[in-house]
Design a protein around this ligand. Structure first.
Ligand SMILES: [Fe+2]
Ligand SMILES: [Fe+2]
Length: 290
């Protein structure tokens, strides 16, 4: 399907961080003045870029699109990698942003996990932080950016108007399809998120890769960390079970580490590596199928 899209449609963003920077500007850290780096946003070019990104995401992430992507990627026949291979692979993502202010993907993972570790959380939580964005390797398999990152949302039922730039769902065929455009769509009230298909991206992918290896609380963090319409806006309570609500306390706990752990001094990857090698070896097999 990718051949149907132009290069500009596949990669509307200069780099994947432009989406995360936009999320941070939408949900600034409580009690702090917004940091300058996050506020290059007066720059209307970047606003236009992010809007174009969401337009593509909201237009093409249909129920059928998700079914197709699951079929394609949940076979895990793309590549066998250790976590370290995956980290190195992810770091080959070309980043055309300012090298002085932006961290590479590995550094973002380490900052997230180190902030979790410094707060004394259990080691599986640290590991979850370390792994949470590895699903972005999807980009390196040629996937469009809008099918890798972006706020996620349920497909197969009405799009909430609490989803950022929800007006762009106008162009999504599902919003005209009576199977999919009612409050519950193909789902039952409070059926539980495990039964709900989410827009396709790096969250679901890494969840599926990790699902046998870490505690359920960590799995929720991986699977729903970009589900801002719920963990920030509570827009889909009507699909969630009691158990989901319990588990979302952990998603909420995780989110600030993802968004607000960026510090100006990059983590010392070399010194930290032995700790993470042990941690990865404790929970994960040597090689994982992507
Ligand atoms: Fe992420
Ligand atoms: Fe992240």
């Amino acid at each position: 399907m990718n051949t149907n899209f132009s290069e500009k449609e596949l990669n509307p963003l200069g780099n994947l961080d432009e989406w995360e920077d936009d999320v941070i500007s939408r949900y600034p850290e409580p009690g702090t003045k917004q940091k300058e780096d996050y506020r290059n946003y007066v720059d209307s070019d970047r606003v236009a870029t992010v809007k174009r990104f969401y337009e593509l995401n909201h237009t093409y992430q249909t129920y059928d699109f998700v079914v197709e992507k699951e079929r394609e990627f949940l076979k895990f026949d793309k590549r066998q990698m250790s976590i370290w291979d995956a980290v190195d692979f992810l770091n080959t993502l070309v980043d055309d942003s300012d090298p002085d202010t932006d961290l590479d993907q590995f550094q973002h993972l380490l900052q997230t996990s180190e902030a979790i570790r410094q707060d004394g959380h259990p080691d599986w939580f640290v590991l979850t932080g370390f792994m949470h964005d590895l699903g972005k390797v999807l980009c390196l398999f040629g996937e469009p950016q809008w099918a890798v990152v972006g706020d996620t949302f349920p497909v197969g039922c009405k799009h909430s108007d609490k989803i950022v730039y929800s007006e762009y769902f106008e162009a999504n065929p599902d919003s005209k399809d009576p199977r999919y455009n009612t409050k519950y769509g193909v789902y039952e009230p409070n059926c539980g998120l495990d039964k709900v298909k989410m827009s396709w991206g790096h969250d679901e992918y890494i969840y599926q890769i990790m699902k046998n290896y870490i505690p359920e609380e960590g799995l929720y963090m991986l699977r729903y960390h970009s589900f801002y319409p719920q963990h920030r806006e509570n827009a889909y309570d009507h699909l969630m079970s009691k158990h989901d609500h319990e588990m979302f306390k952990w998603v909420d706990k995780f989110n600030p580490y993802d968004l607000y752990s960026k510090v100006p001094v990059p983590p010392d990857a070399k010194t930290l590596r032995p700790y993470y090698e042990d941690l990865v070896a404790k929970y994960l097999p040597n090689v994982l199928n992507f």
